[in-house]
Design a binder for this molecule. Structure first.
Ligand SMILES: N[C@@H](CCC(=O)N[C@@H](CS)C(=O)NCC(=O)O)C(=O)O
Length: 223
Protein backbone atom coordinates (compact mmCIF):
# COMPACT_ATOMS: atom_id res chain seq x y z
CA UNK A 1 0.00 0.00 0.00
CA UNK A 2 1.26 3.51 -0.86
CA UNK A 3 2.59 5.63 2.02
CA UNK A 4 0.00 8.29 2.93
CA UNK A 5 0.87 11.84 1.93
CA UNK A 6 1.35 14.28 4.81
CA UNK A 7 -0.57 17.53 5.26
CA UNK A 8 0.64 19.94 7.95
CA UNK A 9 -1.82 22.36 9.50
CA UNK A 10 -5.27 22.69 11.07
CA UNK A 11 -8.42 21.91 9.01
CA UNK A 12 -9.85 25.25 10.19
CA UNK A 13 -7.32 27.01 7.94
CA UNK A 14 -8.92 27.84 4.60
CA UNK A 15 -5.78 26.88 2.67
CA UNK A 16 -5.45 23.55 4.53
CA UNK A 17 -9.13 22.75 3.98
CA UNK A 18 -8.73 23.35 0.21
CA UNK A 19 -6.05 20.63 0.11
CA UNK A 20 -8.09 18.25 2.29
CA UNK A 21 -11.13 18.60 0.01
CA UNK A 22 -8.96 17.77 -2.98
CA UNK A 23 -7.47 14.71 -1.26
CA UNK A 24 -10.96 13.43 -0.41
CA UNK A 25 -12.14 14.00 -4.01
CA UNK A 26 -9.12 12.08 -5.30
CA UNK A 27 -9.44 9.36 -2.69
CA UNK A 28 -5.81 9.86 -1.61
CA UNK A 29 -4.81 8.56 1.83
CA UNK A 30 -3.28 11.26 4.00
CA UNK A 31 -1.90 11.85 7.44
CA UNK A 32 -2.80 15.20 9.01
CA UNK A 33 0.07 16.57 11.10
CA UNK A 34 -1.04 19.14 13.68
CA UNK A 35 0.72 22.52 13.66
CA UNK A 36 -0.02 24.59 16.76
CA UNK A 37 -0.25 28.06 15.26
CA UNK A 38 -1.16 29.68 18.58
CA UNK A 39 2.24 28.51 19.85
CA UNK A 40 3.96 29.74 16.65
CA UNK A 41 4.96 26.26 15.49
CA UNK A 42 4.55 27.40 11.87
CA UNK A 43 7.47 29.81 12.39
CA UNK A 44 9.82 27.24 13.96
CA UNK A 45 13.12 26.50 12.15
CA UNK A 46 12.11 22.89 11.49
CA UNK A 47 8.77 23.87 9.99
CA UNK A 48 10.38 26.62 7.86
CA UNK A 49 12.46 23.91 6.21
CA UNK A 50 9.29 22.56 4.58
CA UNK A 51 7.29 25.84 4.32
CA UNK A 52 9.75 28.72 4.03
CA UNK A 53 7.02 31.38 4.32
CA UNK A 54 5.93 30.03 7.71
CA UNK A 55 2.34 29.36 6.66
CA UNK A 56 0.02 26.36 6.51
CA UNK A 57 -0.39 24.06 4.70
CA UNK A 58 2.85 22.26 4.04
CA UNK A 59 2.67 18.99 2.15
CA UNK A 60 4.94 15.98 1.70
CA UNK A 61 4.69 13.08 -0.73
CA UNK A 62 7.61 10.70 -1.18
CA UNK A 63 10.64 13.00 -1.65
CA UNK A 64 8.74 16.19 -2.49
CA UNK A 65 7.85 19.05 -0.12
CA UNK A 66 5.27 21.50 -1.39
CA UNK A 67 3.51 24.66 -0.23
CA UNK A 68 0.73 26.83 -1.75
CA UNK A 69 -2.61 25.08 -1.49
CA UNK A 70 -3.60 25.48 -5.14
CA UNK A 71 -0.23 24.15 -6.36
CA UNK A 72 -0.60 21.20 -3.98
CA UNK A 73 -4.08 20.47 -5.37
CA UNK A 74 -2.81 20.57 -8.96
CA UNK A 75 0.00 18.16 -8.02
CA UNK A 76 -2.43 15.79 -6.29
CA UNK A 77 -4.69 15.78 -9.36
CA UNK A 78 -1.79 15.06 -11.73
CA UNK A 79 -0.04 12.47 -9.58
CA UNK A 80 -3.26 10.62 -8.70
CA UNK A 81 -4.93 11.17 -12.09
CA UNK A 82 -6.26 7.62 -12.29
CA UNK A 83 -8.08 7.50 -8.98
CA UNK A 84 -11.02 9.20 -7.29
CA UNK A 85 -12.70 11.99 -9.26
CA UNK A 86 -10.84 11.68 -12.58
CA UNK A 87 -12.34 14.82 -14.09
CA UNK A 88 -11.43 17.10 -11.17
CA UNK A 89 -8.58 18.72 -13.11
CA UNK A 90 -9.91 18.07 -16.62
CA UNK A 91 -9.07 15.37 -19.11
CA UNK A 92 -8.27 17.47 -22.17
CA UNK A 93 -6.48 20.79 -22.80
CA UNK A 94 -9.66 22.76 -23.52
CA UNK A 95 -11.34 21.78 -20.27
CA UNK A 96 -8.07 22.19 -18.37
CA UNK A 97 -7.63 25.73 -19.75
CA UNK A 98 -11.06 26.68 -18.48
CA UNK A 99 -10.35 25.11 -15.07
CA UNK A 100 -7.03 26.97 -14.86
CA UNK A 101 -8.70 30.24 -15.79
CA UNK A 102 -11.21 29.91 -12.93
CA UNK A 103 -8.61 28.71 -10.43
CA UNK A 104 -6.68 31.88 -11.27
CA UNK A 105 -9.85 33.97 -10.95
CA UNK A 106 -10.36 32.43 -7.51
CA UNK A 107 -6.79 33.05 -6.37
CA UNK A 108 -6.35 36.52 -7.88
CA UNK A 109 -9.82 38.07 -7.79
CA UNK A 110 -12.18 36.18 -5.45
CA UNK A 111 -9.69 35.31 -2.74
CA UNK A 112 -8.33 38.80 -1.85
CA UNK A 113 -11.64 40.33 -0.74
CA UNK A 114 -13.10 37.06 0.58
CA UNK A 115 -9.98 36.19 2.62
CA UNK A 116 -9.91 39.66 4.08
CA UNK A 117 -13.58 39.34 5.08
CA UNK A 118 -13.01 35.89 6.59
CA UNK A 119 -10.17 37.31 8.67
CA UNK A 120 -12.04 40.44 9.75
CA UNK A 121 -15.40 38.79 10.42
CA UNK A 122 -14.44 35.33 11.71
CA UNK A 123 -10.86 35.22 13.00
CA UNK A 124 -10.34 38.80 14.27
CA UNK A 125 -13.11 38.48 16.90
CA UNK A 126 -11.74 35.09 18.02
CA UNK A 127 -8.25 36.60 18.31
CA UNK A 128 -9.61 39.70 20.12
CA UNK A 129 -8.38 41.91 17.26
CA UNK A 130 -10.44 45.05 16.59
CA UNK A 131 -12.42 44.84 13.35
CA UNK A 132 -11.90 47.54 10.71
CA UNK A 133 -15.40 48.55 9.60
CA UNK A 134 -14.11 50.57 6.63
CA UNK A 135 -12.07 47.69 5.32
CA UNK A 136 -15.06 45.37 5.75
CA UNK A 137 -17.32 47.73 3.79
CA UNK A 138 -14.79 48.18 0.96
CA UNK A 139 -14.28 44.44 0.63
CA UNK A 140 -18.00 43.62 0.73
CA UNK A 141 -18.29 45.98 -2.25
CA UNK A 142 -15.32 44.37 -4.02
CA UNK A 143 -16.61 40.85 -3.45
CA UNK A 144 -20.11 41.84 -4.59
CA UNK A 145 -18.70 43.05 -7.91
CA UNK A 146 -16.76 39.80 -8.32
CA UNK A 147 -19.90 37.79 -7.60
CA UNK A 148 -21.86 39.77 -10.19
CA UNK A 149 -19.50 38.27 -12.76
CA UNK A 150 -19.89 34.80 -11.22
CA UNK A 151 -23.67 35.24 -11.33
CA UNK A 152 -23.54 35.79 -15.09
CA UNK A 153 -21.13 32.88 -15.67
CA UNK A 154 -23.19 30.52 -13.53
CA UNK A 155 -26.31 31.50 -15.48
CA UNK A 156 -24.63 30.08 -18.61
CA UNK A 157 -22.80 27.15 -17.04
CA UNK A 158 -23.66 24.69 -14.26
CA UNK A 159 -20.16 24.93 -12.75
CA UNK A 160 -17.43 27.52 -13.27
CA UNK A 161 -15.40 25.61 -15.83
CA UNK A 162 -18.28 23.80 -17.54
CA UNK A 163 -20.77 21.01 -16.86
CA UNK A 164 -18.72 19.22 -14.22
CA UNK A 165 -17.54 20.04 -10.71
CA UNK A 166 -13.79 20.74 -10.88
CA UNK A 167 -10.86 22.04 -8.89
CA UNK A 168 -12.00 25.54 -9.88
CA UNK A 169 -15.24 25.15 -7.90
CA UNK A 170 -13.51 23.29 -5.07
CA UNK A 171 -11.03 26.14 -4.56
CA UNK A 172 -13.90 28.47 -3.66
CA UNK A 173 -15.31 26.25 -0.89
CA UNK A 174 -13.20 27.35 2.11
CA UNK A 175 -13.80 31.11 2.05
CA UNK A 176 -17.40 30.76 0.87
CA UNK A 177 -18.16 28.35 3.72
CA UNK A 178 -16.96 30.81 6.36
CA UNK A 179 -18.74 33.79 4.81
CA UNK A 180 -22.04 32.01 4.19
CA UNK A 181 -22.26 29.97 7.40
CA UNK A 182 -20.12 31.95 9.83
CA UNK A 183 -20.96 35.63 9.21
CA UNK A 184 -23.91 37.94 8.55
CA UNK A 185 -22.61 38.60 5.01
CA UNK A 186 -23.84 35.33 3.48
CA UNK A 187 -26.46 37.16 1.47
CA UNK A 188 -23.72 38.44 -0.85
CA UNK A 189 -23.83 34.86 -2.14
CA UNK A 190 -27.38 33.76 -1.43
CA UNK A 191 -29.05 36.85 -2.92
CA UNK A 192 -27.60 35.96 -6.33
CA UNK A 193 -29.77 33.20 -7.78
CA UNK A 194 -27.14 31.36 -9.83
CA UNK A 195 -24.39 31.76 -7.24
CA UNK A 196 -26.79 30.42 -4.58
CA UNK A 197 -27.68 27.40 -6.74
CA UNK A 198 -23.97 26.74 -7.38
CA UNK A 199 -23.13 27.02 -3.68
CA UNK A 200 -25.93 24.57 -2.80
CA UNK A 201 -24.49 22.07 -5.27
CA UNK A 202 -20.80 22.35 -4.41
CA UNK A 203 -21.18 22.53 -0.63
CA UNK A 204 -23.02 19.21 -0.35
CA UNK A 205 -20.24 17.19 -1.96
CA UNK A 206 -19.15 14.28 0.26
CA UNK A 207 -15.54 15.52 0.10
CA UNK A 208 -16.47 18.92 1.52
CA UNK A 209 -18.82 17.45 4.14
CA UNK A 210 -15.88 15.39 5.42
CA UNK A 211 -13.72 18.53 5.68
CA UNK A 212 -16.44 20.39 7.60
CA UNK A 213 -16.74 17.37 9.92
CA UNK A 214 -12.98 17.58 10.57
CA UNK A 215 -13.28 21.31 11.25
CA UNK A 216 -16.01 20.63 13.80
CA UNK A 217 -14.09 17.87 15.59
CA UNK A 218 -12.01 18.93 18.58
CA UNK A 219 -8.28 19.21 17.72
CA UNK A 220 -6.04 16.42 19.05
CA UNK A 221 -4.65 17.18 22.51
CA UNK A 222 -1.00 18.35 22.54
CA UNK A 223 1.27 16.00 24.49
N1 LIG B 1 -1.43 31.22 -0.64
C1 LIG B 1 -1.21 30.34 0.50
C2 LIG B 1 -1.81 31.01 1.71
C3 LIG B 1 -1.45 30.28 2.98
C4 LIG B 1 -1.98 31.05 4.17
O1 LIG B 1 -2.26 32.26 4.10
N2 LIG B 1 -2.13 30.33 5.29
C5 LIG B 1 -2.58 30.98 6.49
C6 LIG B 1 -3.70 30.16 7.13
S1 LIG B 1 -5.10 30.03 6.05
C7 LIG B 1 -1.42 31.07 7.46
O2 LIG B 1 -0.59 30.19 7.53
N3 LIG B 1 -1.38 32.16 8.25
C8 LIG B 1 -0.37 32.38 9.24
C9 LIG B 1 0.70 33.33 8.81
O3 LIG B 1 0.67 33.83 7.66
O4 LIG B 1 1.58 33.59 9.63
C10 LIG B 1 -1.86 28.97 0.23
O5 LIG B 1 -2.87 28.95 -0.49
O6 LIG B 1 -1.36 27.95 0.71
Amino acid sequence: MATPVKVYGPPLSTAVSRVLACLFEKNVQFQLIPVNMAKGEHKSPDYLKIQPFGQVPAFQDESINLFESRAICRYVCEKYADQGNKGLYGTNPLVKASIEQWIEAEGQTFSPPSSLLVFQLVFAPQMKIKQDENLIKQNVEKLSKVLDIYEKRLGDSRYLAGDEFTLADLSHLPNSQYLINGTDKGEIFTSRKNVARWWDEISIRESWKKVVEMQNSPPPKSP
